[in-house]
Design a protein around this ligand. Structure first.
Ligand code: PNS
Length: 158
């Protein structure tokens, strides 16, 4: 059984993340979306809120689950018996950081490989940071996130 993890901050989950999740779910038998709990950062949404929004977003995909984790992604992968780490690549600007991270992870744990999926063109520009910024200034984010996520963000900024 091939298991993968898709780690990230997901603050909040966007249609870009969802596209990666749906496509990655076809490559592995089971995919666990891992929401990083990073005490050093001050996210808009708590880790519980982020997990819940993802849970709603993936409810129709049978082989995908979500949970929070802290520490290293490779440790989380091992915990899940996963040998694949999924990451999305939007543009060349992502590449250097992602390459470094994948190589570091490979040194940390030889048995784990990073699988990069290029983001769908429709979402190549999209980031959680931009979604938060647009929402903060009351812009329309309906093209970026599912409706229940949009509602949650509006509540935060109201
Ligand atoms: O959505 P993001 O913020 O781009 O995700 C980054 C994430 C969470 C995948 C990355 O920061 C991560 O894996 N953090 C956990 C610590 C770790 O394993 N770092 C990689 C070795 S340097």
């Amino acid at each position: 059984m091939l298991r993968g993890i898709y780690p990230g901050s997901f603050d909040p989950i966007t249609y870009g993340h969802l596209d990666i999740i749906k496509r990655a779910a076809k490559f592995v038998d089971h995919l666990t979306v891992g929401v990083l709990h990073n005490p050093a950062k001050r996210p808009l949404f708590s880790v519980e809120e982020r997990v819940e929004m993802i849970r709603q977003s993936i409810k129709d995909i049978p082989n995908v689950s979500v949970e929070a984790f802290s520490g290293l992604s490779v440790m989380f992968a091992k915990q899940k018996n996963a040998t694949v780490i999924v990451r999305g690549l939007r543009a060349v600007t992502d590449f250097e950081y992602e390459l470094q991270m994948a190589q570091t992870n490979r040194v940390l744990s030889e048995g784990i490989d990073t699988l990069f999926l290029t983001t769908a063109l429709d979402y190549a520009y999209l980031s959680s940071t931009n979604v938060r910024e647009v929402a903060c200034f009351q812009g329309d984010i309906s093209k970026f996130v599912p409706p229940f996520v949009e509602k949650k963000i509006k509540e935060k900024y109201s």
